[in-house]
Design a protein around this ligand. Structure first.
Ligand code: EPZ
Length: 417
């Protein structure tokens, strides 16, 4: 199971290479199902979610090889269109295999992903989009049975909310649908642009992903290619919080700061000095972090929900109160009770959490409630007096490669066993 032990108080300093983005690598790996041949993907992080995606690809008949951060997928023979519950449960976002599998085989059968630590994770927008493209989808006993009636046909699709996963499923399926598809109110995250670039390099005809109105002209097939995944903006925001919470100074390399504009704005307000370069970001924290009034999460380019827990943790010792408003997930605040064990003063009411800065935090025994909530407990432990023990760290392994080693290299007194 593993426990992370942290003795707080050390200022973090040094430099760090940001890894490839989990939430870009996952849809790109799913999209390889649509490419009859060998695809090479560089800069894939070593994470349990990526391993889960590899397991699904192999189950479907793909030959997958991993060499460091490079994953090679040969999808010449897809022999399966059923993804069993055991594989679906390994990673909540396995639903992003749906579009590619249907487009490749004309069929797909998988269990509906259900909820996760963040609350219900509905897939109604995914289903509506794929039905619109000509997929017959029935649900019985938690199993989704999908079948292309005769051919995927391009259509106009209007999303009620800019769902990242639904955008990915619709976009992937639309690349080989007959005719033109237009997706209105599509998600605009950098990871969507990365997927669109990947698909274009494979021969897809896609425009408009940066403005949230994606136009796709269907093509007959996609071709093999090599691609390098963009850097992980959420991992970068996490290390920014670790440095800010300890009065430290770090230089993050291989990160495009344009992906982090709303995060940089909040960190500037908190008193952090930030200098950005083409592919890097330098941050120097103040002795004491300032409260920042409000942080409202929203769809991109708003403040990312995944960066909120670690940003909230960084403000636990700020000089005032900060109001967080979570507009994306219902159960985002499950981790707050764990932060209170450090002595933090936070009050939660529905989608609002108010952080009242405290003079001191004290080491505690805590557990990770989810991926980003777990990272928030690490941030709090780094800035606490004394030693903390963090359990259920398998949540952290889903989204952070070598978190403990990286923090140790930056001067933290941290270990895992
Ligand atoms: C992606 O999840 C990310 N995961 C999440 O990161 C991220 O928090 C989320 O986007 C929002 O940015 C991956 O990319 C693998 P959504 P996704 O569909 O696609 C509602 C992490 O920590 N909705 O954009 O599942 C939904 O309930 C993870 O790395 C519907 O109502 O998120 C939510 O309120 C956590 N119906 C909102 O849309 C649907 O059919 C946004 O969800 C789909 C979504």
């Amino acid at each position: 199971m593993g426990i992370i032990t942290v003795t707080g108080g050390n200022k973090l300093s040094g430099e760090l290479n940001v890894h490839g983005a989990k939430n870009s690598a996952l849809p790109i790996l799913a999209a390889t199902v649509l490419i009859k041949g060998e695809t090479v993907i560089h800069n894939c992080p070593k994470l349990s979610d990526i391993n889960a995606a590899i397991n699904i690809l192999r189950h479907l008949g793909c030959i997958v090889k991993r060499d460091g951060h490079t994953i090679t997928v040969n999808s010449k023979n897809i022999t399966e269109s059923f993804i069993p519950d055991s594989l679906m449960r390994e990673m909540r976002s396995s639903i992003i295999f749906l579009g590619a599998l249907i487009a490749r085989t004309g069929n797909a059968k998988l269990s509906s992903p259900g909820g996760c630590e963040l609350g219900p994770r509905p897939i109604d927008i995914h289903i509506a989009a794929l039905k619109n493209l000509g997929v017959d989808i029935t649900e019985e006993g938690g199993l989704l049975n999908c079948k292309v009636k005769n051919k995927l046909k391009g259509k106009i699709i209007n999303f009620p909310v800019p769902s990242v996963g639904a955008t990915e499923n619709a976009l992937i399926a639309a690349t080989v649908a007959e005719g033109k598809t237009v997706i209105h109110n599509a998600a605009r995250e950098p990871e969507i642009s990365d997927l669109a670039n990947f698909l274009r390099m494979a021969g897809a005809k896609i425009t408009g992903e940066n403005i949230g109105i994606i136009e796709v002209e269907g093509v007959k097939r996609l071709n093999s290619l090599e691609h390098r995944v963009i850097s992980d903006r959420i991992e970068a925001a996490t290390y920014m919080s670790c440095a800010a919470a300890t009065g430290g100074e770090i230089y993050l390399k291989k990160i495009n700061p344009d992906f982090l504009l709303p995060v940089i704005e909040v960190f500037n307000k908190s008193g952090c000095e930030i200098v950005t370069g083409v592919n890097g970001l330098w941050l120097k924290a103040p002795k004491q972090i300032k409260s920042v009034e409000t942080v409202k999460t929203y769809y991109y380019p708003g403040f990312p929900t995944d960066a909120a827990p670690t940003t909230l943790a960084m403000l636990l010792k700020s000089n005032g109160a900060t109001v967080f408003v979570e507009n994306i997930f219902q159960n985002r605040y499950k981790y707050v009770d764990e932060l209170k064990r450090f002595g933090a003063n936070i009050s939660v009411e529905g989608k609002v959490a108010i952080v009242f800065g405290k003079e001191k935090l004290y080491g505690a025994k805590v557990e990770c409630t989810d991926l980003r909530g777990g990272a928030a407990t690490v941030v709090a432990a780094l800035s606490s007096v004394g030693t903390s023990f963090i359990n259920k760290i398998y949540h952290i392994d889903r989204g952070y490669e070598n978190l403990v080693e990286n923090l140790k290299n930056l001067g933290a007194d941290i270990s895992r066993k």
